[in-house]
Ligand binder design. Structure first.
Ligand code: ADP
Ligand code: MG
Length: 298
């Protein structure tokens, strides 16, 4: 156990979403983006969220960032209830509690400013003194591998370099949590991989908890835990552990687990449902310590 954390901190997840619902209203239409989503993320974890387009990934990330509020449910980050924050506390949370990286490379940065000026912007908004801003921007740009581009206009940089500046900008006020919404969506796969490498270095260097949304399963595989969202709910989770302790090799073991939510609901993978012929009613029984599901007519 990490000795720096108290026993209570180690029990409570860093991010806790319980039974989140989000209904987007557009004119007379209501779109349910999240329907009873549960998610827990540990402090210092780097994890990915995957899911098809429209499954609610961005909605979830906007709620975690304090940009949007859920229609129902509970969200706490570092023990703070996001729904109980005053407007002032929310501004502060968005400014230094989180860093956010958008998919659209152009949305992250101000195109007519240099890399350094972009990284300094969040610190300017937080009224950090000039010298500290200068130093921090240089340190961060060096860290993301762009020390030699510090005074370049960001519109002169490649897409991958721009996302690096965006990550440095997201880290400017040293937030404990970095949220990234499909940050590699507009990049080729090699550059995308480098961005994931960078997330891991950020985590190792600054201890930042990182949640990355992606639809690219290949890049998602680079993190320890991948949670899949389907229809506005978390459905399955893949965990990987290096098995070198057991086998003196660095093979990985992969566990795919279905998520049991706080109301006891479970999404059973479609292939299994089809294979076993389960339809809308099932018998649930206990046999020893196993839960058995049978079709209604068995
Ligand atoms: P993802 O990021 O997984 O593609 P989103 O969270 O963006 O999914 O969207 C989930 C659902 O909510 C979609 O059906 C989308 O059309 C809808 N939606 C998202 N944002 C809004 C909004 N601001 N207004 C109306 N509907 C929205
Ligand atoms: Mg999205």
């Amino acid at each position: 156990m990490d000795q720096r954390r108290g026993p209570k901190a180690s029990l409570e997840p860093y991010i806790k979403c319980e039974d989140l619902f989000k209904i987007h209203k557009v004119a007379d239409l209501e779109v349910v983006a999240l329907r009873g989503l549960d998610l827990r993320v540990d402090r210092g974890e780097v994890m990915a969220i995957v899911g098809p387009s429209g499954s609610g990934k961005s909605t979830l990330l906007h709620i975690l960032a304090g940009y949007d509020a859920p229609s129902a449910g509970a969200v706490t980050v570092a023990g703070r209830n996001l729904l109980k924050m005053s407007p002032g506390e929310l501004v502060d949370y968005r400014r230094s509690g989180i860093g956010f990286v958008w998919q659209q490379v152009s949305r992250n940065l101000i195109p007519y400013l240099t890399a350094r000026q972009n990284v300094e912007m969040p610190m300017l908004l937080a009224a950090r003194p000039r010298k500290a801003r200068h130093q921090r921007a240089a340190e961060l740009l060096e860290f993301v591998g762009l020390g030699h581009r510090i005074d370049y206009g960001v519109d002169k940089l490649s897409g991958g370099e721009q996302q690096r500046v965006a990550i440095a900008t997201g880290l400017a006020n040293n937030p404990p949590l970095l949220l990234a919404d499909e940050p590699t969506g507009e990049l080729d796969s090699r550059t995308g991989q480098e961005i994931f490498d960078l997330f891991r270095s950020v985590n190792a260097e600054y201890g930042t908890t990182i949640v990355v949304v992606t639809h690219d399963m290949n890049v998602a595989r680079q993190v320890q835990r991948v949670v899949a969202i389907a229809d506005g709910k978390t459905s399955t989770e893949i965990r990987r552990r290096r098995a070198f302790e057991e086998r003196a090799s660095d093979e990985e073991t992969i566990h795919e687990l279905a998520i049991l939510d706080s109301s006891g609901r479970l999404q059973i993978p479609r292939e299994i449902l089809e294979k076993v012929g389960l339809s809308d009613r099932v018998q649930v029984s206990l046999e020893g310590d196993r839960v058995i599901l049978r079709s209604e007519h068995e």
